[in-house]
Design a binder for this molecule. Sequence first.
Ligand SMILES: Nc1ncnc2c1ncn2[C@@H]1O[C@H](COP(=O)(O)OP(=O)(O)OP(=O)(O)O)[C@@H](O)[C@H]1O
Ligand SMILES: CC(C)(CO)[C@@H](O)C(=O)NCCC(=O)O
Ligand SMILES: [K+]
Length: 248
Amino acid sequence: MILELDCGNSFIKWRVLAADASRIICAGVVGSDAELMLALNEESLNVTACRLVSVRTDAETQLLVGLINERFGVECACAQPVIELAGVRNGYEQYQQLGLDRWLALVGAYLHAGKACLVLDLGTAVTADYVSADGEHLGGYICPGVPLMRNQLRTHTRRIRYSDDTAERAQQKNGPGRTTAEAVERGCSLMLQGFVATQLELASEYLGDTFVVFLTGGDAVVAVDMAPGAIIAPDLVFKGLAAACPLS
Ligand SMILES: Nc1ncnc2c1ncn2[C@@H]1O[C@H](COP(=O)(O)OP(=O)(O)OP(=O)(O)O)[C@@H](O)[C@H]1O
Ligand SMILES: CC(C)(CO)[C@@H](O)C(=O)NCCC(=O)O
Ligand SMILES: [K+]
């Protein structure tokens, strides 16, 4: 079995594939290394290979690599920054500085589409990346996602306080908020939608008429209605990871 890990700033997304990568055996999202090891221990797994991508510090990543090695006796293949992969060229002035999750997502997208693509990752951070029809990464954008916007408001004000339940109820509609929770939740959601709308406009400008939009990340649902024809691809990073760390 192949263990795959996407180690982000907030969550570790994990999944286990059959040895021939033909199907997903189990998968999950956890908040910490310890939670990951607990989740993996709950399954009876025969892990024979591991590949991972991390945007954490090298020290944090090595800690996790050590835990995996201890538990399963396998070395993790870690995705590394490269200038070119699977027909895509990294567009950063310093290719090492492009977040590896962004890089693998856009490689995964181009492998899937084979033409120009706009990759929108709507998670803790929101990112947009542009790939031209011939595989040139043109660069992208980074901004705070809904969880960060919401937390900034909570942290820097005294009267914005409400529960997660209230937040969830407030998100059902988009009209002007009549409670604090509604005003904040709908406001942040509109910020995100405004960002997505602008990205779609820019994409026509930079990518021409024919491009494929990929939506990924926890808040992808907020944007589906705005991008008809967009491909919802929760596993884009894993697609790119398989290309970055082939097992044979
Ligand atoms: N406590 C949780 N348990 C399980 N799933 C969760 C939990 N919190 C969030 N999720 C789900 O996990 C996924 C997190 O993905 P998302 O793309 O938003 O990650 P992210 O916030 O960008 O994380 P990172 O910065 O760690 O990559 C979402 O699909 C979300 O619904
Ligand atoms: C932007 C995030 C935080 C998104 O997860 C990650 O890709 C990252 O840490 N990137 C490094 C900075 C950059 O991509 O320019
Ligand atoms: K992410």
